[in-house]
Design a protein around this ligand. Structure first.
Ligand SMILES: [Zn+2]
Length: 457
């Protein structure tokens, strides 16, 4: 008999309505804000597992930074550099943001070497300024900002030259597309929104302590996280390091500049040593009545707040996976817009990043071992791609290795895939606009990696 801890998502994508906590009286906000929950359910199942395998599923590996190459998705927003007015006119003053996160303000364009194809350039020379390198490779540039617009710098691999993507135009088009689906682009949170979120989070932390007077909670803050727990302090550092690694790796994956804060304030994480304290906290304060078998939850609101709440339990490696997995859901919520990415991708990225950050965990390998007999006997992924109310437990390993397959095939297209969905395209449209394939072609190619011909979604 073999026992395997297996995670199943149950209540993901279930949206509920919940009022925001705020100041009482004249300023109290009466409107409701959409909230949703992502979770991991641990079910224990027993049985004999087939270990026969014909071809190995993709091995999970970290993503490396790749050049931001122009995609079909972005062709409509290419800035016209052939007209009279454009941001690279000689004498224009711009702010340059590098991919490293470094910012050079007030640079005056001195000369632009144009590429052979329309609207492309090979090099920009700025008037010399102290502290700014005399020659800056366009490949290291992320954005050029003018007083009224922002332009993304992307490479056109075919001509080895560069293009500017008009971000204002892109935002306008995306906002219209999102509006028709009752979603919206995230905006930079206002100081009062950050303060309000912080009050909300701190209130929850106080409740965690008040409900558990026998335990002593303490707070550890990092650049992007506030970790609140009753775990022994010596145990906390490793888990926080995992969250920081997750943050850095997701920034690489989605080409988010170093130093960008994606949260409204900092992302709060509450961890109860005793899972029972987690269950009762969820029922009492988070309106989540049935958390039996669930190890952690990511709560998300349509105003941008997110929180991760977990029960540590007895398996430190599995807990590390749960923590990263749940917090990654929160990160995905905060990319670009309120738009939701489908279950198989959402769980896929969360599982993938948990495997990257916690390589000592064998949960993906175990899940794939568990899933293979079913995939082989049915010749299908059991409707994985069309599941919109959460995917089945056995499909998590598939979602993770499918993510690995997409990232290792073309990491730039993967960034585009998630961005396109966040800009209001369906995931099928997004797949076509970035990888240029249909869902059936994706599954078929993934199946060949497993040694299976004609695999069906
Ligand atoms: Zn999940």
């Amino acid at each position: 008999m073999l026992n395997i801890a297996q995670e199943t998502d149950t209540s993901s994508l279930t949206s509920r309505f919940r009022g925001i906590r705020g100041a009482k009286g004249a300023n109290s906000r009466k409107f409701s804000i959409r909230s949703s929950v992502y979770c991991l359910l641990i079910a224990i199942f027993a049985g004999c597992l087939s270990v026969v395998s014909h071809a190995a599923p993709p091995k999970i590996t970290a993503a490396k930074p790749v050049p931001r190459a122009i995609m079909k998705l972005e062709r409509d927003y290419v800035t016209n550099l052939d007209g009279r007015e454009h941001p690279l006119n000689v004498g224009s003053v711009v702010t340059l943001q590098m991919s490293s996160g470094k910012i050079y303000p007030d640079l005056e364009v001195a000369q632009v070497e144009r590429g052979s194809k329309p609207n492309t350039f090979k090099q920009i020379t700025f008037k010399p300024v102290k502290g700014v390198p005399p020659k800056i490779a366009p490949a290291a540039m992320r954005q050029i900002r003018t007083p009224d617009n922002i332009y993304d710098v992307v490479i056109d691999p075919a001509s080895k030259s560069y293009l500017l993507i008009d971000q204002k135009l892109r935002d306008e088009v995306a906002a219209r597309r999102l509006e028709s689906k009752r979603n919206r682009l995230w905006e930079e949170p206002k100081p009062e929104e950050v303060a309000e979120a912080k009050t909300f989070y701190e209130d929850l932390m106080q409740k965690a302590q008040a409900d558990n007077p026998q335990s002593r909670f303490h707070k550890v803050e990092t650049q992007y996280f506030v970790f609140y727990t009753d775990m022994p302090p010596a145990q906390v550092a490793g888990y926080i390091a995992n969250l920081d690694k997750m943050y850095d790796q997701l920034c690489v994956l989605f080409s988010i500049p170093v130093g960008t804060n994606i949260w409204v304030g900092k992302c709060p994480v509450i961890v109860f040593t005793n899972p029972n304290s987690f269950h009762s906290f969820e029922a009492k304060h988070m309106d989540t009545s049935d958390t039996q078998g669930i190890a952690g939850l990511s709560h998300q609101w349509s105003d941008g707040r997110v929180i991760t709440i977990c029960g540590r339990g007895d398996d430190p490696v599995f807990f590390a996976v749960v923590l990263v997995h749940e917090t990654a859901h929160g990160f995905l919520h905060r990319i670009r817009s309120t738009s939701r990415i489908p279950s198989w991708m959402n769980e896929g990225v969360s599982e993938w990043i948990a495997s990257v950050v916690v390589p000592q965990s064998s949960h993906i390998a175990n899940r794939m071992t568990g899933a293979m007999p079913q995939i082989r006997s049915t010749g299908s992924l059991g409707g994985l791609l069309s599941a919109d109310a959460g995917i089945d437990g056995w499909q998590y390993g598939v979602a993770a290795t499918m993510t690995q397959f997409l990232v290792s095939t073309d990491a730039n297209a993967y960034r585009g895939l998630i961005t396109a969905i966040k800009e209001g395209y369906t995931w099928q449209e997004a797949l076509e606009l970035t990888y240029g394939i249909t869902p059936e072609q994706l599954v078929s190619a993934y199946g060949r990696q497993l040694g299976l011909n004609n695999l069906q979604p």
